[in-house]
Design a protein around this ligand. Sequence first.
Ligand code: ADP
Ligand code: F6P
Length: 319
Amino acid sequence: MKKIAVLTSGGDAPGMNAAVRAVVRAGIYHGMEVLGVQRGYSGLLQEEFTPMTLGSVADTIQRGGTVLYTARCEAFKTEEGQDRGAEVLRNHGVEGLVVIGGDGSFRGALALHRRGIATVGVPGTIDNDIACCDATIGFDTAVNTAIEAIDKIRDTATSHERTYVVEVMGRNAGDIALHAGLAGGAESILIPERPFVMDDIIRKLERGVSRGKKHSIILVAEGAGKGMEIGKYLAEHTGFEVRVTVLGHIQRGGAPSAKDRVLASTLGAYAVDLLRTGASGKMAATQNGVLEAVDFETVFTTPRQPDLRLYELADMLAI
Ligand code: ADP
Ligand code: F6P
């Protein structure tokens, strides 16, 4: 394989740059020409290609976001869009493509694979919602950002003796809430994977107060409900003073953690190895710490959940 391309797609995630850098440097190391496609599949359809040199990814390993830009592209969900994408890549002499993104981006990559373009996916999303991998790039950083915010909220919650509801991202997955809730010492964690009853949350809050707790933090995954509505319900059904914080997109930015940089560098280089050895239609991942190439179909059909043992643990420790 002489010419490959790399793109980032879907929501950006800290560590995507480290993954792009690894693809570019590993590709060039192995004697390949590497093109960057800007703005994900949207840029692919618009032929937004840029040659990637060793220097083009200098000083990017520590930067959040993605230097290739990212986009969501409805046109690429259609057969015509996917046909056009494969044609564009062929016209540019691209034999292999690395797609850094989440589940949706991998569906686009699978469509290209089926059209004869060798494609490998690298899991990059803060949501950690991809099956068959230990973690997605960006998740660790997002959790660290969330606990930094929770620690600060705890200071003011303690001072004012208030109840705080903190809503975190995750789309339909509760991973960020679960990990940040456990690491941040939250009293309750609401995630979509675990049905909850508001009366139980209230009883727990009241039990805490009766044994002398002066403040509480309730972590809500966006997939489990709206922080504002949950805060309003709690205020109306208890005598507590409640405040709500929606962390929002700060969870998507910032310098990637060491863990995310290592994961991104490892998977980016591995994706190039997979293309070099003729693999296609697969996700580059670590499973139990070991590098694995997993068929996209397997990724899409394997059910996944966060580690619910952490949920039980957090519940026990917040007694
Ligand atoms: P993520 O990759 O983070 O899950 P999205 O779900 O928004 O993010 O998907 C990113 C992009 O991937 C979409 O805007 C679209 O261009 C492409 N995509 C998503 N789903 C499909 C699909 N079923 N078939 C082809 N391309 C898709
Ligand atoms: O997939 C990453 C993510 O940040 C989700 O956690 C969230 O639901 C969504 O993207 C937000 O999307 P947007 O950036 O388009 O508001």
